[in-house]
Design a protein around this ligand. Structure first.
Ligand code: ADP
Length: 452
């Protein structure tokens, strides 16, 4: 298969050479036509001057003799034309032999194709408006070219050929350069995509290109490799998270059961209850994975009805008041009562969204912290802001908090959680065509903004 560089180069070169050849043909034809026109005019002038010359002679001599005007013979001979002087009855007074021209040096220097059949023209010689004789001018070509004329036309043709060859060389060089410019980023992209397909996601397109589309292609391929790299990291993390989450309760169970079998630990109701709680934790984890699977499956259905978000938010706010109070957290709710907040949506799923976010705001908060829920409208858009003064999320973790089973390291060890709450939030909001944005600062708190 031919490479893009060769293909582009060949197309550039072919198009340019065809264009050059076309221009050269047009230029050549135009020059030849103009030159012939000019030579015709010169020839007409010569005919007129020969006729005038003989008319002047007649004016002086009132007759034509064998010597009349024969001083022109030499010039005619040198310029490859034949003269024959005739009286008023067309009797030849004197004439040149056309065969002598063929022997001549300057005739042989003429353009080959110009040496044609001998043709002649007869012109009247007039005196006092009466024909007093005839002069016949004959030549071997339609237009007579002097040596200088031939040299001129040859030099023009030569310079056309030289400039054509030069232009073709320049065109070839420019085509090679341009095809390299175009093909380089494309072949780079193809190399990078081959690397990506082999699972090497840590690769970047660094080359510089001044073409807008190429620049976009470069940006997209870099984003793609970055995303694939992140997905790969998340996948690895997911596997390690699941195995970590499963191993912990299993280890606890195994160690305790072994100790009981060996008689190290007495079998008490209290100990059995603790082991049971580990089994429950394990079961919860599997349940969470099941929930996640359902939410991520394509056939998860929303039952869409009219939902009043004001009611939903107020209900949830009231439900969380006790828990917030128990944790010494000030939970507040602001609703701009001048608007209505009715949307088409799945009430239960939307409740799940707000519960998950508010639950996190309380869970990842500090003692005497604050959580504020705000419901408002901006134009046609309904906005819900949940702001807390909790531990915050680092910029490094922020892009991943909506990913499956992602838990910020700090929260993993000290706070209960599964890492799927926000994944579910994102999935439900996507089903409602709503957006969610997060801003957060470690140690200061987080702001979750949902826009319907
Ligand atoms: P989890 O069950 O761990 O809460 P989520 O998907 O709800 O799972 O949240 C993912 C992670 O995002 C949490 O483990 C936590 O580290 C972080 N996070 C979510 N909400 C907040 C918040 N309001 N403040 C600080 N960290 C948060």
């Amino acid at each position: 298969m031919i490479s893009i560089r060769k293909k582009l180069g060949a197309s550039f070169i072919t198009t340019s050479i065809l264009t050059i050849i076309f221009i050269i043909i047009v230029v050549n034809v135009v020059i030849n036509i103009q030159f012939k026109k000019y030579m015709n005019e010169v020839q007409e002038k010569r005919y007129n001057s020969v006729v005038t010359y003989f008319e002047e002679i007649y004016k002086k001599e009132k007759n034509f003799s064998i010597d009349s005007g024969n001083e022109l013979i030499h010039e005619a001979f040198m310029n490859n034309y034949c003269l024959t002087l005739m009286d008023s009855n067309k009797n030849i007074i004197w004439g040149m032999n056309p065969d002598n021209l063929v022997e001549d040096f300057s005739f042989n220097n003429m353009h080959k194709e110009e040496k044609g059949v001998f043709t002649s023209k007869i012109f009247n010689i007039k005196y006092d408006n009466e024909i007093v004789g005839y002069i016949e001018i004959g030549q071997y070509s339609s237009i007579l070219l002097t040596e200088e004329d031939t040299a001129f036309i040859t030099s023009i043709n030569k310079s056309i050929i030289i400039s054509t060859l030069l232009t073709i060389c320049i065109v070839i060089l420019i085509s090679i350069y341009l095809s390299k410019q175009f093909s380089k980023p494309i072949s780079e992209v193809s190399k990078i995509s081959a690397q990506l397909s082999q699972g090497n996601f840590n690769i970047k397109f660094n080359g510089n290109t001044k073409i807008r589309e190429m620049d976009k292609l470069k940006a997209s391929i870099n984003t793609l490799s970055e995303k694939l790299n992140n997905q790969d990291l998340l996948r690895r993390q997911l596997v390690s998270d699941i195995s970590h989450e499963i191993r912990t309760p299993l280890n606890v169970l195994q160690n305790n059961l072994e100790a009981m079998i060996d008689g190290v630990f007495p079998i008490t109701v209290d100990r059995l209850m603790k082991l049971n709680s580990e089994v429950i934790r394990f079961g919860n984890l599997l349940e969470n994975l099941d929930v996640l699977k359902d939410f991520e499956s394509k056939n998860y259905m929303l039952s869409i009805r009219k939902v009043n978000l004001e009611e939903v938010i107020l209900d949830i706010y009231k439900e969380f008041l006790l828990e917030a109070h128990n944790k010494n957290i000030a939970l507040t709710c602001e609703i701009d009562k001048n608007n209505n907040y009715i949307i088409n949506g799945d009430k239960d799923k939307l409740r799940q969204v707000f519960i998950n976010i508010i639950n996190n705001s309380i869970k990842f908060n500090r003692v005497n912290g604050e959580v504020n829920i705000c419901l408002m409208k901006e134009g046609k858009r309904i906005i819900i802001i949940i702001k807390d003064s909790g531990i915050g999320i680092s910029q490094k973790d922020l892009p991943y908090i909506f990913e499956r089973l992602y838990r910020v390291d700090k929260s993993r060890n000290c706070v209960e959680g599964s890492g799927i709450g926000l994944t579910i939030v994102k999935s439900i909001l996507k089903g409602h065509n709503a957006d969610i944005f997060v801003e957060s600062e470690v140690g200061k708190g987080s702001v979750f903004k949902i826009i319907f």
